[in-house]
Each structure stands twice: as structure tokens, then as C-alpha cells.
Design a binder for this molecule. Structure first.
Ligand SMILES: *Cc1c(COP(=O)(O)O)cnc(C)c1O
Length: 370
């Protein structure tokens, strides 16, 4: 028996069994919030100005966010109806899973990966097929292909993988998608694409346009590199009819005019944003190197975060960071993800990490070979 209060109305049992979304704790005034992969830089002045000029909020917004769709279509060499804008790319994930998968259907994804994936399958009434990562925290693409059955409707691939960090290469991804049946949707979740510095990393946009794979949808977001997490805006690029299915399951008019204006202004300010991204990527490399030097076995880090494979010590390790004024994200039994935040946080992260690694038992996989 549980002592959870009864739900007063009849809720689908699968939904009642799911924990409701709970946001990571907000950081106190003197703490660094390194738990949500947010961008530590304040919004650019031009972005604020653009939002402030989108004042006709007594009117519903443009349902298709057509100006932004056109702008992104030009950028990626596709047609505007091959771009779909939504209130965050998580919305698009949800729309695509609902559009493709229902009871009896299977949703394949790597695990551990983005926390949202398992819940999306449950909400659709579909079956999750979670394929374990390799020992070095990468997608096991061969095992993912083998996990595909007649019931599989969608395969979700995340690169760089949140929360562990490694990328999938272009060659690996092309070999993979060639082995996926053409009527199975492949979602390539590239939420952190802009931070990638490995030249071999997959760029899903190269497989659209000319050399297109019609069953591929690439997801990007303005939340991370562009620093617009609070405005909720992301996009998909793919086959127009596939995106129509997402447009059908999505709630219309969810993208607000200030969000669209801010996204357009961000694209105008690309050069400045690029500089910031370079700073974050450089900071990430320094952080990962420092953690390895301190004795942690940190996997390849290509997003704006690093992964400590703390295993069963994850919650304790996160508590030690917390006590030192750093809010990080533990995944119980697995590890701790630390976002690359303000410059002043780096030295604090390294100091605490060097101290807690000593509490891991000899031979623990979180310890590097150094
Ligand atoms: C943050 C994130 C997203 C996007 O989030 P939105 O804010 O909804 O655009 C999508 N996928 C992954 C893996 C993420 O980490």
C-alpha cells in the first residue's frame, strides 16, 4: 500500500503511475545553477529589444511562425513546409511520438539519454524499448538497429547525448539510418549541436535537402546555445508530410510572437552568439580535462555539460556539490551531470570534484586510470 492521496477522478493507470515533472531546485542567490544545461550568459540586448517590440499580444500569434520558418528554410536549403517550429523541441518530440505511436507500438531510444523520452512513450500508450549505452557512454547503434521490430514506429537518437556527452559520427549515423526500415521515423535530437567541436560529428542537416532521408527528422532548439530556454522555442527539419503529422498532434498557437521575434533576432546576432558558444565549448574542454586530472573518468563531452559516472554514489556526490554552492543534476544509480556555467564556477567544480572522487572505492568505474 502507498499513502499517496487518491486521485479524485479516473486517470489512465499508466499516467497515474508516472511521477509528475519536477524541476531541479532553483539555486540560491550565492549558488551556481549547473543543473539544467542552461546558457550562463544574459540575453543579448538586441534579443530583448526584439521581444519588447512584439507587443500585439492581444492577438494570437502567427500559427506557423512563418517568418522564422522561412529564415530557417533558407539557412538549411529546404522549403518552409519542411521546417516546423514549436514551443521547445520537447514539444516536437511529443508531437512526433503521438503522431506515430500508440498502444502496441514501440519507441526505441538509447538509455541513459534524455529524461523526457521514456515518459513520451508512456503518454502515447506505446511501449518503450530502451537500449543500453556502450561502456563508454555512447549510443550502441548496432543494438538499436537490432531492437527494431515490426512494431517499431520511431527511433530516437540523441547527439551529443544528454546527459553523458559523446557524439555520434556522420559515418556511424549514415550506416545506422541505412539499416532502419524506411517507414520507421528516425528522430535525431541535436539540442546541443552548436557546441560540438568534433569535426567528425553528425550534422543531421546534411542528410536533408539534396541527399535526403525521408524518414529523418532533425530537432534543434533555441533553448541551449541561443540562450532562450525561458521563451520555449525549438524547431524540426524534415519531410513536409511527416512534419504535418506533428502539426496535427500539436496544440496550435503555442509559439508566441515574442519568442519568434527573439529567435529571429538571435539569428541576426549569430556572430556574437558564436563567440559565446566558443567560450562555453572552451570552458567545457577545460572542465573535462580538469576533472580527468582530478581522477574522474569523464566521457567525451561535446555538449555544454560533463558527466561524472558516479554510479551508486551519484546522489551523495551531488549532495557534496550542493553543500559547496553548486546545484548539479544527479541521476540516481548512474551519475551526475554538471552544466558548463559561469567562469567562476569552474574552479569550484574542480575543487569539489577532486575531493569527492577520493570517496569512491578503489576500482570504481568513475575513477580514471590515472
Ligand atoms: C534541452 C533538450 C531539448 C530541448 O528542450 P526545449 O527547451 O524543449 O527546446 C531537447 N532534447 C534534449 C536532449 C535536450 O537536452
Amino acid at each position: 500500500m502507498t499513502d499517496a492521496p487518491q486521485i479524485p477522478v479516473r486517470v489512465r493507470p499508466a499516467i497515474a503511475a508516472l511521477p509528475p515533472y519536477r524541476q531541479g531546485r532553483q539555486a540560491g542567490a550565492d549558488a551556481f545553477k549547473l543543473s539544467s544545461n542552461e546558457n550562463p550568459f544574459d540575453p543579448l540586448p538586441g534579443v530583448i529589444a526584439a521581444m519588447q517590440s512584439a507587443t500585439a499580444v492581444n492577438r494570437y500569434p502567427d500559427a506557423g511562425a512563418a517568418r522564422l520558418a522561412q529564415r530557417l528554410a533558407d539557412r538549411f536549403g529546404v522549403e518552409p513546409d519542411e521546417v516546423h517550429i514549436a514551443a521547445g523541441s520537447v514539444s516536437i518530440l511529443s508531437q512526433l511520438v503521438l503522431a506515430t505511436s500508440g498502444p502496441g507500438d514501440e519507441v526505441v531510444y538509447a538509455w541513459r539519454s534524455f529524461e523526457a523520452y521514456p515518459g513520451l512513450a508512456v503518454v502515447a500508450g506505446a511501449t518503450s524499448v530502451a537500449v543500453p549505452l556502450t561502456a563508454d557512454f555512447r549510443h550502441d547503434l548496432d543494438a538499436m538497429v537490432e531492437a527494431i521490430t515490426d512494431r517499431t514506429r520511431v527511433v530516437i537518437v540523441c547527439t551529443p547525448n544528454n546527459p553523458t556527452g559523446p557524439i555520434i559520427t556522420q559515418a556511424e549515423f549514415e550506416q545506422f539510418i541505412d539499416r532502419v526500415p524506411g517507414d520507421v521515423l528516425v528522430i535525431l535530437d541535436e539540442a546541443y549541436a552548436e557546441f560540438v567541436t568534433d569535426p567528425d560529428a553528425v550534422d543531421g542537416m546534411r542528410l536533408l535537402g539534396g541527399t535526403r532521408r525521408d524518414n529523418l527528422v532533425v530537432l534543434r532548439t533555441f533553448s541551449k546555445a541561443y540562450g532562450l530556454a525561458g521563451l520555449r522555442i525549438g524547431y524540426a527539419v524534415g519531410h513536409a508530410r511527416v512534419l504535418d503529422a506533428a502539426r496535427t498532434t500539436g496544440i496550435p498557437l503555442s509559439v508566441t510572437a515574442p519568442a519568434e521575434a527573439a529567435a529571429l533576432a538571435s539569428l541576426d546576432a549569430e556572430a556574437e552568439l558564436r563567440e559565446r558558444i566558443t567560450v562555453i565549448a572552451e570552458r567545457r574542454d577545460r572542465l573535462a580535462e580538469g576533472l580527468r586530472a582530478a581522477g574522474w573518468s569523464v566521457p567525451e563531452a561535446q555538449g555544454n555539460f560533463v558527466w561524472l559516472p558516479a554510479g551508486e554514489h551519484a546522489v551523495d556526490v551531488a549532495a557534496a556539490f550542493d553543500a559547496g554552492g553548486l546545484v548539479v543534476r544527479p541521476f540516481a544509480g548512474d551519475g551526475v551531470r554538471i552544466t558548463v556555467g559561469e567562469e567562476e564556477s569552474v574552479e569550484k567544480v574542480l575543487r569539489i570534484a577532486a575531493s569527492v572522487v577520493k570517496d569512491l572505492p578503489e576500482g570504481h568505474p568513475g575513477r580514471g586510470l590515472a
